[in-house]
Design a binder for this molecule. Structure first.
Ligand SMILES: Cc1cc2nc3c(=O)[nH]c(=O)nc-3n(C[C@H](O)[C@H](O)[C@H](O)COP(=O)(O)OP(=O)(O)OC[C@H]3O[C@@H](n4cnc5c(N)ncnc54)[C@H](O)[C@@H]3O)c2cc1C
Length: 576
């Protein structure tokens, strides 16, 4: 550990929000508009495994289907195979419409197939706009790294954080965790650099996490660049193995613009053929775009009765081909029986777009569906709320745009919930610890390698057991004799919870696939995994519970009069 650092001036706010992605900043903006004093603390540096956060890279697509569905709960449970958090539907139902209206008051949105999306730029442009609007309303934003959650068995006292210039104390009555997911713990993940360290600290402080085994995988990962290609950019793609054998059923799905619903089918296919390398070739994408435009023009002309417009569109389309192919193209597109994918297939060899634009495709983890257990965003630690990807939200599957829809809605629910807490009494003060938490790259690399070996392409129970032993031993070594609990220890603890949860779920469900248990077990339909740190054994304990029981546990924490076991055992670490 470095030398203890200078103490920064204490800051007090009714609410402290940890995390400045869409979930945290949106909640903060809602609080500021309701005149609830708050501060956001988020880390903008790049020396903890790279700049963190999924929101800044997101296209900000918001799925608006929840606004029109008769049976939203039924839809989400069917999609999530019974594992969606039971409060997701009611939060979306109550708050998505007003949240979207608020967002449209702040930035321009455009229509997309699944609903709305940011009109300009990726998420980080919106984050800048939100940051500005929040500060203008009196909000405080701190660039710092939170290293301790401080609470006693009845209330939350605040957090300890560090900056390059010192360690500081943020006192609050309520804390909101908006620290994002834990996809970064997996080697085969997009580089959002979110390692779930705060979730690990929360676990160590006695908090409950649920459904850690469920992660969402993008079906069209560019595995060499560790990037995902938005499914809207994939219609027209060819998908082939190294011998040139095409996966036409998937190409046709993408061509029909069903990509956002096809991730699970694609991931299952890649996993079943894990020994084969597959490639996406986008050479015909320009042709697809011209073809789609032609279809649009013809439909428009048909509606308005302008036959000449349709003829002109056809002529322009034909003219985009090499001269010697034009007669055939003309014949193909005027044949009334020809349409869709089959016609596109016949046009491809006639086009001049023949230079390969290829990437190797494989599943890429880019969203974690489990996380902090909660009941209407109240966690199992008193005074601590959660929002965003940090929480258990969706189940064994989800579709594009649902996360942003939920996190926008959740910000409004938090505002309503926190209105009453802002008026409550201040809790006790706490001492700062002279500690610093640094990023230990080699250990994180090893965690990624272990999770990859144990969990990629279906769980490997022997590898998983071996990883569990390694994760535990590594953490115990680091903790032995240490007065503080660092980021590495927190991530090792979280990874232990992930592996244990995966081992306990003896079935395949949605994105959770096991070779040794290849089908869904109906007895587990509505049981979620619950991870808790057990201090007497110094290990994570995972059990299966009904969501109702978990909700009761969260409620009980807010009215507890006796310290929970984990509190007693860690007086100098994450908590008082
Ligand atoms: C490439 C990509 C595209 C996506 N596109 C969409 C989409 O179009 N629509 C959709 O609905 N979903 C999309 N998703 C998913 C969605 O964007 C994320 O789930 C969502 O943005 C997560 O937001 P968040 O605020 O919870 O977390 P994040 O945006 O990950 O933010 C977490 C923040 O917490 C901070 N933090 C963490 N720990 C600490 C600490 N100890 N101290 C201080 N700060 C801390 C981090 O620095 C980070 O800034 C996409 C994801 C990816 C990766």
């Amino acid at each position: 550990l470095d030398e203890p650092k200078r103490e920064l001036p204490e800051i007090r706010r009714s609410v402290v929000i940890v995390g400045g992605g869409i979930a945290g900043l949106w909640a903060a903006y809602q609080l500021a508009r309701a005149q609830i004093p708050s501060a956001v603390i988020s880390y903008a540096g790049s020396d903890r495994g790279g700049v963190q956060g999924a929101s800044r890279r997101s296209a900000g697509a918001v799925n608006t289907a929840p606004l029109n569905l008769q049976d939203l709960e039924g839809y989400l449970q069917d999609l999530g195979r019974g594992q969606a958090h039971p409060d997701v539907a009611s939060i979306l139902d109550a708050y998505l419409a007003p949240a979207l209206a608020d967002l449209e008051g702040l930035v321009e949105l455009r229509r997309v197939k699944i609903g709305k999306a940011l009109a300009k730029g990726p998420g980080h442009t919106l984050l800048e706009r939100l940051d500005h609007a929040y500060r203008e309303l009196g909000g405080t934003v701190i660039d710092g790294w939170v290293t301790r959650l401080v609470l006693d068995h009845q209330s939350c006292r605040g957090v300890q954080y560090e900056t390059p210039t010192g360690v500081g104390k943020l006192r609050c009555k309520s804390l909101v965790l908006a620290t994002g997911g834990y996809a970064g713990l997996f080697g085969n993940a997009t580089r959002t650099n979110c390692f779930g360290t705060m979730s690990g600290r929360f676990l160590r402080a006695g908090g409950l996490l649920s459904n850690l085994e469920f992660v969402f995988k993008h079906g069209y990962g560019n595995i060499d660049a560790n990037a995902v290609t938005p499914t809207e950019e994939l219609p027209g793609a060819e998908i082939r193995d190294a011998d040139g054998n095409r996966v036409t059923w998937l190409e046709e799905t993408l061509f029909s613009q069903e990509g956002t619903r096809s991730h699970l089918a694609a991931v299952r296919f890649w996993s079943q053929n894990a020994r084969t390398k597959f490639f996406v070739d986008l050479r015909h994408r320009p042709l697809y775009l011209r073809f789609a435009q032609l279809k649009k023009e013809i439909q428009r002309a048909r509606k308005s009765g302008e036959a000449t417009a349709a003829t002109r569109a056809r002529e322009e389309f034909v003219a985009s081909f090499p001269v010697d192919a034009r007669a055939t193209v003309h014949h193909e597109i005027t044949d009334p029986s020809a349409s869709g994918f089959a016609l596109f297939e016949r046009l491809k060899p006639l086009s001049s777009d023949q230079s390969p634009v290829v990437f190797r495709v494989a599943p890429l983890i880019y969203f974690t569906m489990g996380g902090v257990a909660h009941s209407h965003l109240r966690t199992s630690l008193p005074g601590v709320f959660v929002t965003g990807e940090a929480m258990h939200d969706f189940g064994a599957n989800r579709v594009g745009g649902l996360p942003w829809a939920l996190y926008l809605a959740a910000g409004c629910l938090l505002r309503d919930q926190l209105t009453s807490f802002a008026a409550g009494d201040w809790c006790g003060d706490f001492e700062l610890l002279p500690q610093r938490s640094s990023f230990d790259s080699p250990v994180f690399d090893s965690v990624q390698a272990h999770l990859k070996r144990a969990l990629e392409n279906g769980l490997n129970p022997e590898e998983a057991e071996r990883s569990l032993v390694w994760l535990r031993n590594e953490r115990r070594k680091l903790c032995a004799g240490a007065a503080t609990f660092g980021d590495t220890e927190a991530s090792l603890l979280l990874a232990e919870g992930i592996v244990q949860s995966a081992l306990l779920r003896r079935e395949s469900r949605g994105f959770f696939l096991r070779e040794d248990h290849p089908t869904e077990d109906t007895r587990l339909d509505t049981l979620v995994s619950r991870a808790r740190y057990e201090p007497s054994r110094d290990e994570v304990e995972v059990t299966l519970r009904s969501p109702g029981d978990l909700a009761l546990e969260c409620h009980a924490a807010w009215t507890r009069s006796e310290p929970a076991p984990a509190y007693e055992s860690s007086p100098n670490w994450s908590i008082l």
